[in-house]
Design a protein around this ligand. Structure first.
Ligand code: TXA
Ligand code: MG
Length: 322
């Protein structure tokens, strides 16, 4: 489906229009000091699902949540002393912190691909800051390109990659850094560098001490995209289920006449974007029923269905130690 993509220069009216689109659940591309981001309201499941659909991402990788200021970030995740120090010194700027999600954050579960942590950052670009402040909400944003393509550093790059798929590109010239932010995991005792980027390891080390490198511990793969399991429910998961056995809950998809307390439908109309938006919340709800196993009806391996099935296969994979 093709639509017109407007490129609008940074101006009070342009920022207002972009903010209104974001609040309405639409996607907007916007400049940051690193690369252009493809933004969506991070509290809106459907808008976040639309990011994956628009990028053509085969997997649900966790996304970075962009905040207007540190106060907004503090309402979403729990800061420790290291995070306090880094945010005071490096924000706004190209440093992303992975921290424990607050239970009342209001963020879509899809934002962190079902993990209990969230990556947050406060961009330094003035246009990004104006947009985030005007939107008044946290904004999830991966780089604004189709999956597999190079990250965009101009509005024209974004237009080449996503033109016809999003309503608006907020434009402000070339991104100064042109390379994504540094991603630092602070959920464990030892800070771990998940992705090198705009903020250097030396800078970080000077503030909080030694930082573990991605390949330092082969037991713990650091890019969540490579983890065999991001989020596995307590219950077992059985894929491509045609029937429901005793003790099982059912996660179904599309028109289904079966009804039951332990049954949830990802999308009665068979809409894969709606299914993606519901996936993590439904898995968690069925897990809470106490079922031994969650039976999952077949989901088409097309469009967002590929990402949904990838995630479900990981949830069904043998557990370490099981
Ligand atoms: O510079 C940037 O960071 C750009 C601009 C738009 O801000 N954004 C960006 O987002 O590069 P994205 O989605 O392409 O990269 C997200 C990175 C991935 O490496 C992902 O694995 C990691 O952050 N990440 C996100 N949430 C995480 C989490 N909860 N735990 C561990 N890693 C996480
Ligand atoms: Mg990217």
């Amino acid at each position: 489906m093709s639509r017109q993509t407007d490129i609008v220069a940074d101006s009070p009216a342009g920022v207002e229009r972009a903010a209104a689109l974001l609040r309405g659940g639409e996607l907007v591309a916007f400049p940051t000091e690193t690369v252009y981001g493809l933004g969506a309201d991070a509290t809106d499941d459907r808008a976040v699902a639309a990011i994956f659909e628009t990028k053509g991402r085969p997997q649900f990788n966790p996304l970075i949540v962009h905040c207007a200021d540190a106060e907004m970030a503090r309402r979403l995740v729990v800061f420790d002393e290291r995070a306090d120090l880094l945010a005071e010194t490096c924000w706004p700027g190209p440093l992303t912190l992975v921290l424990p999600r607050r239970p009342d954050s209001g963020l879509s579960l899809l934002v962190s691909a079902g993990l209990d942590s969230v990556a947050v950052r406060m961009p330094a670009h003035p246009t990004a800051h104006r947009l985030l402040a005007a939107t008044g909400r946290p904004v999830a944003a991966p780089s604004a390109n189709r999956s597999g393509a190079v990250s965009p550093t101009t509005a024209a790059h974004v237009q080449e990659s996503l033109g016809g798929r999003i309503p608006l590109i907020l434009a402000a010239g070339r991104c100064e850094i042109g390379l994504e932010s540094t991603v630092l995991d602070l959920t464990g005792d030892a800070p771990a560098l998940l992705r090198p980027g705009g903020a250097t390891r030396e800078e970080i080390k000077a503030l909080i001490g030694p930082v573990r490198l991605p390949d330092a511990d082969p037991e713990r793969p650091l890019s969540p995209g490579q983890l065999s399991s991001h989020y596995a429910p307590r219950a077992g998961v059985r894929l491509n289920a045609q029937t429901v056995e005793a003790g099982e809950a059912l996660l179904t998809f599309g028109p289904d006449l079966r009804k039951g307390e332990r049954m949830l439908n990802l999308s009665e109309t068979g809409d894969l974007a709606e299914a993606a938006a519901n996936l993590f919340a439904h898995l968690r709800a069925l897990d809470r029923t106490g079922a031994t196993t969650i039976a999952v009806a077949p989901i088409p391996e097309e469009g967002l269905g590929m990402a949904i099935n990838d995630r479900l296969r990981r949830a069904a994979a043998p557990r370490p130690g099981a």
